[in-house]
Write a protein that binds this ligand. Sequence first.
Ligand code: NAP
Length: 325
Amino acid sequence: MSISAPETSPSAAPPANHHKVIILGSGPAGLTAALYTARADLAPLVLEGNQPGGQLTITTEVENFPGFPEGILGPELMDRMREQVKRFGAKVKFEAAVEVDLSQRPFTIRTDEDTYRADALILATGATAKLGGIPGETHLMGYGVSACATCDGFFFRDKEIVVIGGGDSAMEEATYLTKFASKVTIIHRRRELRASRIMQERAFANPKIAWIWDSVVTEIVGTREGGITAVQLHNLQTGEDSTFATQGVFFAIGHTPNTALFQGQIEMNEVGYIQVQEPGTQTNVAGVFACGDAADHIYRQAVTAAGTGCRAAIDAERWLQEHHG
Ligand code: NAP
């Protein structure tokens, strides 16, 4: 990756809107970047985006974030991270960037309310799990519906659950979930899997995995109090509708990185994940760093996002020291 150094220009923003560091996104990556840059006296501004706290705010219990032996609710964990960064002087605003200009330094970030300038920018806009757009999924998210087996598998011990999808993620999640669930049924919309041969074979060989082919889930049936009881299925080949009893639903139909805003300005891979200079967080634009799920399609955990947020903060601090004294 070659790094381009944008032109510098005088900042037109009011002094109050000019920051040494602006962080876009407020999940574990963005808030950890804020924590470290705030403690380095850089007084960062965090523009939270449309979902303050990020993906963890749509989960219930988080049991795999170190330091919480009893577990902690996702929204509460994020509230605590936000309090922690404010304690060190980070400013957090509930605004979402709608336009960025990375061609000139300081960089320009426009939200619906204001225009900001930043000497260094940290992109931590995350990713969004794709869902099916079907009745029940949003209301029951965190109450039996999930898009993360590593996060929520543990809650499905000895239960019968379904995984929707036919790619590597679906095979991996289903295989992982058999550690807990008594039975995992993969529901795929075709008869052929998209997953790699080795992942398919592993899933086919697993006696706890069953299959429903050529079918889509059209509704998730259940309540927050009583949990999931069934999914409604539609067979795309026969046209038949049916009800399938289940206690949990995992979506594994892919993720979309929230990076459309940077398209054409930042180097990304073919599906939109930001490319960074591993093991650092520098993007192809000098002074712009990326962390968390927006740059990671592999691990996607709160703790790994926080880790890369820390790296981005340290990278930004060093870069500012070199370029802005
Ligand atoms: P993917 O490869 O895009 O597969 C998505 C699957 O979900 C496809 O089978 C697709 O069906 C199905 N799907 C998409 N939208 C759907 C909808 N609305 N309703 C029902 N089904 C739907 O995504 P992925 O599995 O998340 O993998 C993403 C990338 O990460 C891939 O490159 C993959 O190889 C990689 N990955 C690798 C590993 C590993 O090697 N350990 C693990 C996970 C992911 P169709 O097949 O009909 O399109």
